[in-house]
Design a protein around this ligand. Structure first.
Ligand code: TXA
Ligand code: MG
Length: 353
């Protein structure tokens, strides 16, 4: 499926207006394009056109039962996509949109099954990145956009990552700034209700809008088991994306949970040739093992910005094993942990002594 992929500069709304308009045209006419968002780059296509979403699945090499997030650029574009808009949803949008929060509700007939992966629900978000919103506006249709990586490789946080994965497989790649957040949006389901009809919000994927921030608006929010644990084969996943091995570099990744002294001791005693340390700023310098820091221990937002590009870099450096100092799990740290524990295929070692 070799295609000609156009590289379109899109750093600035005014200077690059022509390229943004062209991207909109490509998308409106059924093409697919990698576009920047504040979280990660997305592989966009017309969310209402099954032929376009089929192209997205094919270019990514993604199973087509894994539903896509639909991106809008104004709150008014939400109502036609869903069966109803409860007040909880509107309160969240008022607080956190535009921004890295995706909200799942019952879908309207307008949303094709190919977009929702056969589910009766639809995930919607309004990105904060102004280029993303301008492209949606130019396309004139809501855009389905999974992360713009080949399925199974780390999500792309720079346009070069998109080019590495998708050159020749998509119609266009927008060359824009690196992603501010660095991990995908928070995914929240508002689809379940209790016997009195009250909504039971459930966090399916942590992101830069934190659990604490969601609870500030909604009160109780349940955390789906798939956020922290492995969904076993044959188990039903609420968010189909959770059941796939995800964000996996070629190297074997292990998370090491403990303080700096314990982490250093483990590397010293158990390190082998081909190992790389992915550590906190505070752990440096490390003796006898090549190392990359992914941020300060407490700097969760900084860590989120780093992890995917570091995993790609360590792959390029042909790391055999990546020994990660396990992040804390509060605030945005929960999102960092969720991505790293998947990259590690849930291998976590609790350090002792
Ligand atoms: O930040 C993001 O959300 C990025 C950018 C491009 O916007 N997009 C993204 O899409 O991460 P993707 O397709 O890589 O991840 C979407 C996740 C998957 O885990 C999928 O299973 C889940 O959201 N999802 C989508 N629609 C759903 C639905 N109706 N019910 C349950 N889970 C859903
Ligand atoms: Mg993805």
């Amino acid at each position: 499926m070799e295609k000609e992929t156009r590289l379109l500069r899109a750093y600035d709304l005014q200077e690059d207006a022509e390229n943004i308009a062209l991207a909109g045209k490509i998308l409106r006419e059924g093409g697919i394009a990698a576009i920047p968002t504040e979280t990660v780059y997305g592989l966009a296509g017309n969310a209402l056109d099954p032929a376009a979403t089929r192209k997205i699945y094919a270019a990514k090499g993604r199973p087509s039962d894994n539903p896509l997030i639909v991106h809008i650029q104004a709150v008014g574009e939400w109502a036609p996509l869903v069966r109803e808009l409860p007040e909880e949803a509107l309160a969240l949008a008022k607080e956190y949109w535009p921004g890295p929060l995706t909200i799942i509700l019952g879908k309207s007939p307008l949303v094709p099954e190919s977009t929702s992966g056969g589910l009766p629900t639809v995930a919607v978000r309004m990105p904060e990145n102004p280029i993303a919103r301008a492209v949606i506006r130019a396309a004139g249709v809501p855009l389905a956009a999974p992360s713009a990586n080949r399925s199974g490789s780390p999500s792309p946080t720079t346009w070069q990552h998109c080019a590495d994965d998708l050159m020749g497989r998509v119609d266009a790649i927008l060359q824009s700034a690196d992603c501010r957040v660095g991990v995908e949006s928070t995914v929240l389901s508002l689809c379940q209700r209790d016997k009195d009809g009250r909504i039971l919000p459930r966090l399916l994927r942590p992101g830069a809008v934190t659990l604490e921030q969601l609870r500030a608006v909604l009160g109780e929010v349940a955390v789906d088991r798939g956020v922290l644990e492995q969904i076993e084969a044959g188990e039903k996943a609420l968010s189909p994306g959770m059941k796939y091995k995800h964000y996996a570099p070629a190297a074997e990744v292990t998370l090491l949970e403990g303080d700096t002294r314990q982490y250093r001791a483990y590397l010293r005693e158990r390190g082998r040739p081909g190992d790389w340390a992915m550590c906190f700023e505070e752990d440096l310098p490390l003796e006898g093992i090549p190392a990359r820091s992914y941020g300060g221990r407490e700097d969760h937002a900084g860590q989120a910005r780093q992890i995917f590009q570091l995993l790609r870099e360590l792959d390029r450096l042909e790391a055999k094993r990546i020994l990660v100092h396990c992040p804390q799990k509060d605030g945005v740290g929960l999102a960092v942990y969720n991505r790293l524990v998947r990259a590690a295929a849930f291998r976590v070692v609790e350090l002792e002594g």
